[in-house]
Design a protein around this ligand. Structure first.
Ligand code: CO8
Length: 260
């Protein structure tokens, strides 16, 4: 698939995906969503030696200012459900990607943009970042998982307020509420995201993928997270990396993990 709106740059095993529709503040139109689906469901799984993915927005103003409003005004109820379902399915691909995915939020992360950031495993905010779910201003509610993930990250009390008022919050408030992991000076978000991925890449890759799976299991209704932890723990025990990690500890050296 030829990508028009998502620029992909792979360097030192880290893929930086830049949503590039700067004139529309990087709003997620259908083409952009299909490109994200292709990357996380296909192309990204085939990049040899990949350590993780960073998602950011082109320009200084916006990460992603939402789903593209011009595309979905006038949808019928049935069409709206299909639209939201497709978006949720794509964001689940991101959340379930077996390598760390970090959002580097350089500006507005509104509506579908805030939902995209929340589908990532970790979030770095630039000091000018603004987060919000303004859908009620349009007569809508979030459709790409925002009602659920916002509660998961910041709790029901504040999430309900933000969802009902459509208020935007800045980077420091987002940090305080637990929505983001770090706040960085403007322009340093991607570097911090890469630094985190590099640190995670020194750990056992299979264990990291099991962390992603097991953390996700906590939030999935059909899963028992504790049961999932038991089986994932067992799977880690059967790996060469566990043998190597334990041996390296005893021998007081750095482990050489091979993802096996
Ligand atoms: N979609 C399409 N175009 C957009 C969007 C968007 N979400 N956001 C901004 N743009 C465009 C503007 O229309 C404008 O285009 P033009 O220059 O051609 O007029 C350009 O980007 C620049 O924007 P502004 O001139 O408005 O810039 P300001 O600095 O004045 O304001 C804001 C910046 C505050 C970010 C403002 O642009 C804004 O409020 N944008 C909309 C934010 C929003 O409501 N986002 C939520 C959208 S709804 C959503 O994401 C639902 C997700 C689930 C979908 C499920 C579907 C069924």
């Amino acid at each position: 698939m030829v990508y028009e709106n998502v620029q992909v740059a792979v360097e030192n095993g880290i893929a930086v995906l830049t949503i590039s529709r700067e004139k529309a503040l990087n709003a997620l139109n259908t083409q952009t969503m299909l490109e994200l689906r292709h990357f996380f469901g296909d192309a990204g799984t085939k990049i040899e030696g990949l350590k993780g993915v960073v998602i950011t927005g082109a320009g200084e103003k916006a990460f992603v200012a939402g789903a593209d409003i011009t595309e979905f005004s006038g949808l019928s109820a049935t069409e709206g459900m299909a639209f939201a379902q497709r978006g949720q399915d794509i964001f689940f691909l991101i959340e379930r990607f077996n390598l760390p995915v970090v959002a580097a939020v350089n500006g507005f992360a509104l509506g579908g943009g805030c939902e995209l950031a929340m589908a990532c495993h970790l979030r770095i905010a630039g000091e000018k970042a603004k987060f919000g779910q303004p859908e009620v201003n349009l007569g809508l509610i979030p459709g790409y998982g925002g009602t659920q993930r916002l509660i998961q990250y910041i709790g029901k009390t504040k999430a309900t307020e933000l969802l009902m008022t459509a208020d935007m919050i800045g980077a420091e408030d987002a940090l305080h509420l637990g929505l983001v992991n770090y706040v960085m000076p403007a322009g340093e978000e991607v570097a911090k995201a890469k630094e985190l991925i590099e640190k995670i890449a020194t750990k056992a890759p299979l264990a990291i993928s099991k962390i992603i799976e097991t953390v996700n299991a906590y939030f999935e209704a059909e899963e028992d997270g504790f049961e999932h932890e038991v089986s994932a723990f067992g799977e880690c025990c059967g790996t060469e990396d566990f043998v190597e990690g334990a041996a390296a500890f005893v021998e007081k050296r750095k482990p050489n993990f091979r993802g096996k």
